[in-house]
Design a protein around this ligand. Sequence first.
Ligand code: HEC
Length: 255
Amino acid sequence: MKRTTWLCLLVGVFVGVALLSAGGFAIADAPKVSTFAPAKDLAGQVNEYVKEFEDAVKNESEFADNQGKIAKDANTLIVIVLALGMHDTDNPYKAAAPALIKATQDLAAAKDHAAAKAATEAVKKAASSKAGGADKLKWEKVASLPELMKAVPLINTKLKRSVGGSRFEKKLDESAGYSATLAAIAQGAIANSGETEKPGEVEKWGKFCVQMREAAAAVNAGIHAKDQKATEAAMDKLTQSCDDCHAVFHADVKK
Ligand code: HEC
């Protein structure tokens, strides 16, 4: 080979490595999960979701009414469990996380009542699995972005209600669970840039996800501090993160 060819190869390798490390930046830089979503808040949500799945698969007609809800909720539970598996705080789902993620992914993919019912049983069983393997988990794409994004506004609406007015003091546990879930979704969605309208804009996508994660974390911190003013200020930041990201990645979303 000529010297120029070698040079081109060398430059190519450098550029390739630089691009790869740029693409992975946001995921590699994930902070400890406890800094944005307390394990206790996330763990409390697991039970809630499992109970709702049981109700939704009780019979054919319940399933028909709830198929869309199952898809949203299962995808949400997948990122909650990934966050619990990777958590720096010990929690009841750490050893179960890999098996529970897999079972919940099967539920998310279930196309009919029989499959959803069987998958729900498998999810319940996996929730108490002691199989372990959480050390191999990483922030990779585990859930569907469109389904997560259908779940986000619903959770956000529940959160808005539960931190509002005189409900604030009474609903601290629920509010903590919802805000931790939104933070986990934001972190989990970093790996989903490929499903957006601009799959090449990995860094920008990561930045908006982090913006949402940090805002949801601030809401969660306000709730734990029982500080309604701080919570409201953080809620404004959370809404800002939705709008900022949509302006770039989902310009036609209805407000
Ligand atoms: C990191 C970027 C980002 C953030 C942050 C974000 N969204 Fe989205 N949102 C999207 C994208 C991308 C879609 C389109 C998803 C798809 O259907 O493929 C979307 C879709 C939606 C939709 C339409 C869902 C449907 O039914 O199809 C709603 C509503 C929505 N987002 C609300 C919110 C709210 C509320 C927040 C803040 C709490 C938020 N989003 C935060 C990127 C974001």
